[in-house]
Write a protein that binds this ligand. Sequence first.
Ligand SMILES: [Zn+2]
Length: 163
Amino acid sequence: MPGLCATNNHRGFHGGWGLVLLGFALLAVSCASVPKASRRPPDRVVRMEVTGYCPCGTCCGWRRNWLFRPVLSSGPRRGKPKAVGVTASGTQAGPGTIAADPRILPFGTRLYVPGYGYGIVEDTGEDIRGHRLDVFFKRHAKALAWGRKTLPVKIWYATAPRP
Ligand SMILES: [Zn+2]
């Protein structure tokens, strides 16, 4: 009897490993079906000057008027209402939101900024012209802590690469 029990346990153990292996196989299949966009080699790698920003008035050029409502503090639309936290493309700004020069990097362009991670061009900025990026942080202190860095930025265009 003890011998039989031992055999049964042995079989049970093998069955368990079978399930584990099946689990790994399923995991491998699901990984393989992840969209290939992020695995595709970048269309281009460009050295860019990257600063950080947050939704605050200092970073995004707005102040509060006498009604305590946010209004633009400069530019041709000075004094006009400002939707705080809404990007130039109309999306809600969050981690991964990047401001770029839309003539160089149109909205929807995917970027990888070393030290920041993956992001999407959804915003613009007054000083963001040419090979300049502003990467989003929730807090002003974090944006300041990022500082100003020149980094090789990986670019995946949403449409055909520009010449
Ligand atoms: Zn700020």
